[in-house]
Design a binder for this molecule. Structure first.
Ligand code: F3S
Length: 409
């Protein structure tokens, strides 16, 4: 069965609203027909990818929308990229002219279409905070999980290209997690442990994704005072290890005030328990380095909130980063500006640590730098970095330990 289009949508598909809209509608109708969607919905929130600069094809895909005259129909934030102020920042780590040029082209194309260049994986901290039930077109796996799970908004995991088409038309086919019946839990996670820090929240998420990657997990037993930021880190790790776009945390997330609400009519005998031994084993799983030597420390995955930066300033106060290693904190511009305003950023920079604004490790040409091991406090990073395009081995530690191994008094 083909999608039913309104008169307006037919005009858009016929090219009455310009080539970019026609091209976008053609893509979205194909998507909708593929998934058996009956109709379109109007999206209320858009967050677009800044594709990998390593791949020429990604850049050309985005430019194809811009060259056809594409303009985003609704306020649209942009995901993390390799931002210009970070180009060739370290003389000892030069970047190729081609890589930089591809990054510039990507930024120019998305800007031309009218994006708000937040360039962060935490759009909800930059004002793109969808209301409960709002249809969203978001990219960035951790952000999608946040929108669905923490905001109670509705978003599908989509690829680069579909995000531009949706932001240009303001529409998406009605499929997947847009439908209430597809949002109920179908696997149970019992947490029998009180996480002591953000990294341990991420480790719980890593295990949730590892065991129930193709399910909608319902998590019971998280502390009642679990914060939104802790859920951010948990969801990011689950999205990374298992492509989980939606989880429910009983008593914490909007579609799971109770276990019954989270499951609806679904019954399941799929169940795992997570205790201290599982957390310790997961940390070992995510540390792939064969030696204790490391070239860099990466913090800020996902981009931190201001409380995380304050905590870092307290930990780094009066300390020095050891010679020969890079200590990088990936961050959004708004949080960095606030951190400067409040004096946290200066304390951190005095230690020798560096902020990398609007970016993260995966956008650099790291393979060319000869690095082998990195230390991180992020289970999402630890899961991601040993693969393409970074191919780095990892040592996963909590934030305090990252600072201990990387500093001298
Ligand atoms: Fe953000 Fe990069 Fe991590 S985009 S979630 S800092 S992998």
């Amino acid at each position: 069965m083909s999608m039913k289009l309104t008169d307006e949508e037919k005009r858009m598909l016929n090219g009455d609203c310009g080539e970019a809209v026609r091209y976008s509608m053609e893509i979205l109708v194909k998507l909708g027909n593929m998934y058996g969607a009956e109709r379109f919905v109007e999206i209320e929130s858009a967050h677009v990818a800044m594709s990998y600069p390593h791949f020429q094809g990604s850049i050309e895909l985005v430019e194809s929308f811009a060259d056809k005259g594409g303009k985003f129909k609704l306020p649209t934030t942009s995901n993390t990229t390799h931002w210009t102020s970070n180009f060739n920042r370290w003389p000892d780590l030069p970047e190729s002219a081609e890589h930089i040029e591809r990054c510039r082209r990507m930024i120019a194309a998305v800007k031309k279409m009218g994006a708000i260049l937040t360039c962060s994986c935490t759009p909800y901290y930059q004002g793109n905070l969808p209301r409960i039930g709002a249809y969203c077109s978001w990219t960035e796996s951790s952000a999608i999980t946040f929108a669905n799970s923490v905001c109670g908004a509705k978003a599908n995991r989509i690829t680069d290209g579909l995000d531009k088409a949706a932001a240009i038309t303001g529409k998406m086919p009605y499929f997947g997690l847009y439908l209430d019946e597809n949002r109920k839990g179908n696997a149970l996670v019992k947490v029998e442990y009180s996480p002591r820090n953000l990294t341990e929240y991420g480790l719980i998420g890593y295990l949730v994704g590892k065991y129930f990657g193709d399910k909608t997990p319902v998590i019971e037993g998280l502390p009642p005072n679990t914060t939104v930021n802790q859920l951010k880190v948990l969801g990011a790790a689950a999205a990374g290890s298992g492509a989980v776009p939606l989880f429910h945390a009983v008593g914490l997330t909007p579609e799971a005030r109770t276990r019954e609400q989270a499951f609806g009519r679904n019954k399941t005998d799929l169940e795992i328990k997570i205790g201290p031994k599982d957390i310790a084993a997961a940390a070992v799983d995510l540390s792939t380095a064969k030696s204790e030597h490391f070239d860099a420390v990466f913090l800020g995955c996902p981009h931190p909130d201001i409380a995380e930066v304050k905590y870092l300033a307290e930990l780094l106060y009066g300390k020095r980063i050891k010679k020969g290693i890079k200590f990088w904190i990936f961050i959004s511009t708004d949080v960095l500006l606030l951190a400067r305003n409040l004096g946290f950023a200066q304390i951190i920079e005095e230690s020798g640590a560096e902020f990398l604004e609007r970016t993260c490790a995966i956008f650099f040409d790291l393979k060319k730098w000869g690095w082998k091991n990195v230390v991180t406090d992020s289970p999402k990073f630890a899961n991601l970095l040993p693969s393409d395009p970074t191919w780095l081995d990892t040592i996963l530690l909590d934030t305090e330990s990252c600072i201990k191994v990387a500093t001298v008094q």
